[in-house]
Design a binder for this molecule. Structure first.
Ligand code: NDP
Length: 334
């Protein structure tokens, strides 16, 4: 049985809320009560075109008695302040990734939500997908033996409508915080640990003169010797995303694994040959997150990615960015 619905306040009149999250909330029977944005005019226009009854400032929306939880999809530099305001008002928080722009900010957000007794989750859509849940369960069941390597293919073409702050903001933009952070949300639960060492190289490949990196390759090493390679970019046209898990007894290849749609395939190769494995389900990834969050708020289970999971993903993304910027190996302590 699904959890009772939530009455949502949206902090951020964003593209992701309009294209992914409002539809998911409504499909699940939740109510979208109000929306806030940096500009009151934009919030009102957005409310009108999305059939949302109220709009106002962040403080107005958070203060509403008919808001149980907020979904924060303001630009990244506001995630901490908006989370702290919501927690102080006793509202549960589903915050977009990257959870924060520093480990210190992320910790402060976790502390604020613990102090207020509210649920904090990070809106990483990938780890809850049927494809990734199935891959994790194959790996945990020993299907590939000891995992020795993982390769993540997450190089995409940044759509025109998203070519704003991701390219223009040195602090909140760039591929590491936008995409590597998603890779980490998959790798951390898959490998059950954070990497200990990271090296990376970044480039500026696009025609846009971006303030932050728009292409990045990284290599991560784990305490047990597992090596991971990631390729994240805004600049690659017509490539499929994917994930390969390479083990001592077999391998898993998933095409489409890092997509926003539930389209990934799973191919398992081992001594007995090669076979397709059906993912656990093909539910919409954002429906999975909204329903797990609602269940957690009602005391039933945990969100797809908790606040701590979001913080751990940020740690990896920041280490990759620091390694690319410095040209040095960066170590991570969990
Ligand atoms: P948009 O640029 O479409 O929207 C960002 C929103 O933040 C705008 O409404 C903007 O309002 C608002 N904002 C900026 N400053 C403030 C402020 N001081 N107070 C209140 N609102 C403010 O962003 P995206 O949809 O592309 O991304 C939003 C977030 O979602 C990001 O954190 C991004 O990383 C994440 N994301 C996650 C995805 C996922 O699959 N999990 C996919 C895409 C994005 P205004 O224009 O009025 O300033």
């Amino acid at each position: 049985m699904s959890a009772p619905g939530i009455r949502w306040g949206l902090i951020g009149a964003s593209d992701v809320a309009e294209t992914r999250m409002i539809p998911a909330m409504r499909r699940l029977g939740h109510q979208v009560v109000g929306v806030a944005s940096g500009s009151a005019d934009w919030a009102a226009t957005y409310a009108d075109r999305n059939g949302i009854p109220a709009s106002g400032s962040v403080a107005d929306v958070i203060a509403r008695d008919d808001v149980d939880a907020v979904y924060i999809s303001s630009t990244n530099e506001h995630h901490r302040a908006h989370t702290e305001l919501a927690a102080a008002a006793g509202k549960h928080v589903l915050c977009e990734k990257p959870l924060a722009l520093s480990v210190e900010d992320g910790r402060a957000m976790l502390d604020a939500c613990v102090r207020a007794g509210v649920t904090l989750a990070t809106n990483h859509h990938l780890p809850g997908s049927g494809v990734h849940r199935t891959i994790r369960s194959l790996v945990a069941g020993g299907a590939v033996g000891r995992v020795l390597g993982v390769r993540v293919f997450h190089a995409v073409s940044l759509p025109l409508r998203l070519q704003g702050w991701r390219l223009g903001s040195r602090t909140g933009g760039g591929v590491a915080l936008d995409i590597t952070c998603h890779d980490a949300s998959v790798l951390n639960p898959l490998l059950g640990a954070l990497p200990v060492d990271v090296v990376a190289l970044a480039a500026s490949q696009g025609p846009w003169g971006a303030a932050a990196e728009d292409a990045l390759m990284a290599v991560l090493r784990y305490t047990d010797g597992t090596l991971v390679q990631t390729h994240d970019a805004f600049t690659i046209a017509y490539a499929s995303t994917g994930l390969q898990v390479l083990g001592s007894e077999g391998s898993i290849e998933s095409s489409g694994a890092m997509d926003q749609e539930p389209i990934g395939t799973i191919l398992l190769r081992d001594a007995s040959g090669e076979r397709e494995v059906e993912p656990a389900d093909r539910r919409d990834l954002y429906d999975v997150n909204v329903s797990a969050f609602a269940a957690a708020v009602h005391g039933d289970g945990t969100p797809t990615a908790t606040g701590l999971d979001g913080l751990r993903a940020v740690k990896v993304a920041l280490a990759v960015r620091a390694a690319a910027e410095s040209g040095r190996r960066v170590s991570i302590r969990d």
